[in-house]
Design a protein around this ligand. Structure first.
Ligand SMILES: NC(=O)c1ccc[n+]([C@@H]2O[C@H](COP(=O)([O-])OP(=O)(O)OC[C@H]3O[C@@H](n4cnc5c(N)ncnc54)[C@H](OP(=O)(O)O)[C@@H]3O)[C@@H](O)[C@H]2O)c1
Length: 332
């Protein structure tokens, strides 16, 4: 069973902290007494986060940097060690996505998505692990995605990056067995963050997450839970989490049919948006803080979807059972 860790006084580097999941996770970790070193490219956004954390009595060091630049990554680690003398947790969060059919995406977009979203995680872990080994303790906590296991159309490069980081994290966990260094993953569903205001699109229309969309604070709390009980793979929600993973195992054709037929439509809204490069190569000024322009799906809608699905599955199973009984009678 996973050990329960005391968080107060621990030191965490949080990447991708200028918005969304990274921002909110930093706020929630600081509430638990974790001392922060936050990084992303947008210095002003990180300074706003520092103001929020310090106003609540927390400690927060701002070190801007780009996760694709090894010198930046090393500098973040160095400055964190200089300020706090140790690093206990690396929250790997920085990520980008790019919307378009795979063969129509510019090749540079595919490379950059993988460089930020996959290699960014590996680069930071590569820089931090020697210190964890020296300490004989540490925790690599990766903000993954349901697309680390599944897939969505229009997001092939992002899906590839997320699958790769999950595979890497599994291998790393095996390598670090018995060293006192832990590896955790949070499988994040669609979340109402600014990611959809940042992402480039080839369609000239607003990209939106596959519904339902959850509140970002739910994920930040899952990050805190993982920080407390390291070494797990956390699935924070039911409908677009445990249920989807289970359905993918027992009836993969259902997800394939829904996302194959409707996936592209579900991820675009008619609202015109001209954002061919988004935040891939340069940060965009929009979308600072935890929340973006896409709101979370109201709870009642999520519950009625679960109830509808349960009725559908119950109906199908009931029908199949009745059919089987009728067939057995006919054979007798
Ligand atoms: N939102 C969702 O529905 C969802 C679902 C599943 C998983 N996730 C995962 O959650 C994580 C955070 O995403 P989010 O939803 O919070 O999106 P977001 O608000 O766009 O946050 C992405 C963060 O990554 C940073 N970043 C991007 N490129 C960078 C680079 N080259 N170097 C350094 N930092 C960079 C951004 O800051 P700067 O622009 O300031 O650099 C920002 O802080 C990602 O790993 C994503 O895959 C999100």
């Amino acid at each position: 069973m996973a050990r329960r860790e005391q968080l107060a006084g621990k030191v965490a580097i949080v990447t991708g902290a200028s918005s969304g999941v990274g921002w909110q996770s930093a706020v929630r970790l600081a509430e638990q007494g974790v001392k922060l070193c936050v990084t992303a490219r947008r210095r002003e956004a990180l300074e706003s986060l520092r103001t929020v954390v310090e106003a609540a009595g927390g400690e927060c060091l701002v070190v801007p940097g780009d996760v694709t630049v090894r010198e930046d990554v090393d500098r973040v680690v160095r400055e964190c060690l200089a300020r706090y003398g140790r690093i206990d947790i690396l929250v790997n969060d920085a990520g980008v996505q790019t919307y378009g059919y795979f063969d129509q995406l510019p090749w540079e977009h595919i490379q950059r998505t993988l460089d930020v979203t996959c290699l960014g995680f590996l680069r930071f872990a590569h820089a931090v692990l020697p210190h964890f080994r020296k300490q004989g303790s540490g925790h690599v906590l990766n903000v993954q995605s349901m697309l680390s296991e599944g897939a969505a159309p229009l997001l092939s490069a992002y899906t590839a990056a997320k699958h790769a980081t999950l595979g890497w994290a599994k291998a790393l966990r095996l390598e670090l067995h018995g060293t006192g260094i832990q590896v955790s993953n949070v499988l994040v569903p669609s979340v109402a963050t600014p990611m959809f205001d940042h992402a480039p699109t080839q369609f000239g229309k607003k990209p939106v997450p596959v519904p339902p969309t959850y509140d970002v604070d739910l994920i930040a709390r899952a990050v805190v839970k993982c920080a407390r009980k390291p070494g797990r793979t956390e699935v924070p929600v039911f409908l677009q989490g445990s249920l989807v993973l289970w359905m993918d195992r027992v009836a993969p054709f259902v997800g394939n049919l829904i996302l194959g037929r409707y996936g592209a439509r579900l991820q675009t809204e008619p609202e015109p948006v001209e954002r061919p490069e988004g935040n891939l190569f340069q940060p965009v000024p929009e979308g600072v803080g935890a929340y973006g322009s896409v709101p979370p799906t109201p709870k009642w809608k999520r519950f009625s979807t679960v109830a509808g699905l349960a009725a559908l599955v119950g109906g199908v199973l009931g029908g199949a059972a009745l059919g089987a009984r009728g067939l057995a009678r006919a054979v007798r």
